[in-house]
Ligand binder design. Structure first.
Ligand SMILES: [Zn+2]
Length: 476
């Protein structure tokens, strides 16, 4: 641009330059766009962080992302799968159809001051982005826009989709979207999640199912006529003991955890209704389903022994992700090309202060990309497992919190509106955008991914774990 141009004209051209890809043909214009617009994405991530919303209530968060995508020319479909805060944004036409996933729900009770290495809630008991989904949703939207701009500039074939997927923390948002037909025209999916490491995630996430276990008894005055009552709390106590004993007889990879939601209202009233929420996890959904059958037997046994009635209701189920090495290879290649987040001394000092506070080894932030491995990642579950059984999917992790720290913790909330989180988010956006562009430009990638998918799923059609009459209802 000539320095003799009038200022207004120069500014206008500057804006145009910011809106158009800088490089053509090398596939990396998406990087340049994301570098130029970096401040904007940090503001979006902070805006979502500032207004944490729980699953199915993410009205402001989803609207913020929809508004940005709409301005970029994406077509929006809202309310997918009967979930008011779910949406699909689409740009382009025809195949291949490459999709990215945005999550934006927060967690209850994880309010925490940004950049504060000690536990300090912004508002006691309030929700917070303790899984970094403000970073997750923002990076995926940024990547979709960057990839779409490059698609247009290079006249690449195909479609970019961005799925706005609510209620990940209650593990059914995407499952209802699948039932609503959301992924039926999608070719491949790239996903990411904030983490303490930078790597392509592979073959470690666990399958999980949850059930509400209720007992119905008979109320009576606990002192005057207890013989007339049948305690639903006795039943729940007996059932819980049966599950505790069952833990000796499950695989070492399995996990069972629970909370008691209702235990009665007063000790002097024999409780006629109780409820516990039980979660079962293991490396495979088959093992989870087998344990679920045993759990139902324990509930019936407890009911029989206490002359009460048991009711077991499945609230969600998500399988372990179906691996796809064809797509893993695309993510790994782009991750190694873009490189890990560059954390400076201030970031590392902050990370070590947090590790010291938590009693962890003071290792700071992860500074390298992990080599690809057949088992890479953490054991947390995600409803991306269900998506991966419908369409080929691969997932990336980016370091957004200190080494050793976990998600679902105030530490991640503190980092999710801080440079350590934003730096991870920026790399995630670049890797996702470049991977999407690579896939649009190379029909072989979708074909290889789909061939592998057929082998992994043995060609069996997807069966939803949802009961036919199941509705997306938040537990909070
Ligand atoms: Zn998460």
């Amino acid at each position: 641009m000539s320095s003799r141009l009038p200022l207004a004209c120069a500014l206008a051209l500057g804006l145009l330059a910011a809106r158009a890809p800088l490089a053509r043909g090398d596939g990396r214009a998406s990087d340049a766009y994301l570098d130029q617009t970096r401040d904007r994405w940090e503001k979006v991530a902070k805006q979502i962080w500032d207004t944490p919303e729980l699953g199915l209530k993410e009205t402001r968060s989803s609207t913020a992302l929809i508004d940005i995508l709409t301005k970029e020319g994406f077509q929006i479909t809202r309310g997918v799968g009967g979930e008011p805060t779910a949406f699909v944004a689409t740009a382009g036409a025809g195949e291949p159809v490459v999709a990215l996933l945005a999550e934006y729900d927060a967690l209850p009770g994880l309010s925490q001051a940004a950049g504060q290495p000690k536990k300090q809630a912004v508002s006691d008991g309030a929700a917070g982005h303790g899984c970094g989904h403000n970073l997750l949703g923002t990076a995926s939207v940024a990547a979709a826009i960057a990839a779409n701009r490059e698609r247009v500039a290079r006249k690449l074939p195909g479609t970019i989709q961005l799925f706005g997927t609510p209620a990940e923390e209650i593990l059914f948002g995407k499952t209802f979207m699948i039932r609503g037909g959301a992924f039926q025209h999608t070719g491949v999916v790239f996903a990411w999640h904030p983490d303490d490491q930078t790597r392509v995630t592979n073959r470690t996430r666990l399958a999980v199912a949850a059930a509400n276990v209720e007992f119905f008894g008979k109320s009576a005055h606990a002192a005057a006529s207890p013989w007339l009552g049948r305690s639903a709390l006795d039943a729940l106590t007996l059932f819980d003991h049966a599950i505790a004993l069952m833990r000796e007889h499950i695989k070492p990879t399995a996990r069972i955890h629970r909370v008691i939601r209702e235990g009665g209202v007063a000790p002097n009233i024999i409780p006629d209704h109780t409820m516990g929420e039980y979660w079962i996890r293991d490396a495979s959904v088959d093992s989870v389903n087998e344990m679920l059958e045993r759990l139902k037997k324990a509930a019936d046994g407890a009911a029989l022994g206490t002359e009460t009635r048991a009711k077991v209701t499945l609230t969600f189920s998500t399988r372990e992700p179906v691996p796809n090495d064809a797509l893993n290879a695309v993510l790994q290649k782009e991750l190694e090309r873009v490189g890990p987040p560059k954390f400076d001394d201030t970031d590392q000092r902050f990370a070590r202060a947090m590790q010291k506070e938590l009693g962890f080894e003071e290792l700071g932030m992860a500074t390298a990309v992990q080599p690809f491995a057949s088992k890479n990642g953490g054991t947390a579950s995600s409803d991306i497992g269900e998506v991966s059984a419908v369409v080929p999917l691969a997932e990336l992790n980016l370091a957004t919190r200190p080494l050793g720290t976990a998600a679902h913790h105030w530490a991640q909330t503190a980092c999710a509106a801080h440079p350590v989180g934003y730096k991870g988010m920026a790399i995630a956006a670049k890797v996702l955008a470049a991977s999407a562009v690579d896939t649009l430009g190379d029909p072989g990638i979708v074909k290889a991914a789909r061939d592998e998918f057929s082998v992994q799923t043995k060609g069996k059609p997807y069966v939803s774990p949802l009961a036919p009459d199941a509705k997306p209802v938040a537990p909070h």
